[in-house]
Design a protein around this ligand. Structure first.
Ligand code: DAH
Length: 351
């Protein structure tokens, strides 16, 4: 066989090789002890003297070519996917990634707000979702006839004691249990168990028998905050809330305090921020008002101090309460509160 024929034969054979096993067979066929190169080399002494050197050179070049073809093929075979005979599929494919969980947007907002108040020296306290009527209402100076005490506005846990005809309480019993309708009862718990000075924020769930719609849910989250010491003034409330609002909504927002009524604070105010979407000009988010209501606040009522045994001549304090869902909806541009509680990953993964 002449060298040129062997070359073309090699070129076509190497193309069809796709396993280490057939590559090894190829190597033995050409480079083995009894292989074609060895055979060619062994014919050299039989050739006429003048042809030997040239033939030797050609044979050597052929051998080098085969060696490099084998090397190259070896690389291709080892980097190509390995088909496992055990039926594992292609074990060189990337693995199936484990989805990492993340914090719920409500949890993220709670953490952010608590961190802001932490930096101002507030500590975080939690209270139970099942409360006494006393802590939820009476201790907070909310009178018996207040509409929020109505069975249509609070989930009572033991209705057996009440007249079925009346929605009011014929026999108010401050030990009756209910699902807390706000986080304010934790004020009573903390103040009863500690002495001033204190600065506390209380995140948590609250419950109200509201019909569910885009802006109402029977369960939502609030953060309560309060500070009590000697000489705490309304300006301390303003300062703390302004720092908070600017940290959450941006340094450029303005704030306004609107006089309001809450039984547990006097004076009381609702706090608005200038709409950060339209910068106060009026848009669909702020209902063309230019302002967004974000929380209720005030100076703690002396009657509340009386209920917890604080001397209201010595101590003053401020308190505020805000709805987390509302803050989260404004912050993230969410227009339906129900989205928070449907556990739809397509929604949750966006935060
Ligand atoms: N508890 C009130 C509510 O649920 C919110 C609130 C308003 C809390 C004024 C406060 C406050 O501490 O001072 O609507």
């Amino acid at each position: 066989m002449d060298i040129e024929t062997i070359k073309t034969q090699i070129d076509s054979e190497i193309q069809n090789i796709n396993s280490s096993q057939s590559l090894e067979e190829f190597r033995v066929k050409y480079l083995g002890r009894k292989g074609i190169i060895a055979q060619l080399t062994s014919t050299i002494p039989t050739l006429p003297q003048q042809e030997r050197a040239a033939f030797g050179k050609q044979t050597n070049a052929l051998k080098n070519k085969i060696v490099s073809l084998i090397d190259e093929k070896q690389r291709v075979i080892t980097t190509e996917p390995i088909q496992s005979s055990a039926g594992l599929g292609d074990i060189t494919l990337p693995g199936i990634t484990q989805d990492l969980g993340r914090l719920h947007p409500i949890t993220q907002v709670i953490d952010e707000i608590c961190a802001i108040f932490n930096r101002m020296g507030f500590s975080v306290v939690e209270g139970p979702e099942i409360e006494t009527e006393y802590n939820n209402f009476t201790g907070l100076n909310i009178p018996l006839e207040h509409p929020s005490r109505d069975v249509f506005d609070t989930f009572y846990l033991k209705l057996g004691h009440r007249s079925k005809k009346s929605t009011q309480h014929p026999t108010p019993n401050t030990q009756h249990l209910l699902l807390r309708s706000h986080t304010s009862p934790v004020q009573i718990r903390v103040m009863k168990s500690r002495k001033p000075p204190l600065a506390v924020v209380v995140p948590g769930r609250v419950y109200r028998p509201d019909a569910v719609d885009a802006s109402h849910s029977f369960m939502f989250h609030q953060i309560e905050g309060f500070m009590v010491d000697e000489n705490i003034r309304f300006s301390d409330l303003k300062g703390a809330l302004e720092l908070f609002a600017k940290a959450v909504f941006g340094k450029d927002i303005k704030m306004r305090f609107r006089p309001h009524f809450f039984p547990f604070t006097e004076p009381s105010a609702e706090v608005d921020i200038s709409c950060f979407i339209c910068k106060g000009k009026g848009c669909s988010v702020c209902g063309r008002k230019g302002w967004l209501e974000i929380l209720g606040s005030g100076m703690i009522h002396p009657n509340v101090f009386k209920h917890v045994g604080y001397d209201s001549k010595k101590y003053t304090g401020f308190a505020f309460g805000l709805g987390i869902e509302r803050i989260a909806m404004l912050k993230f541009g969410i227009d339906d509160i129900r989205l928070f509680f449907e556990n739809d990953l397509r929604f949750l993964k966006q935060f």
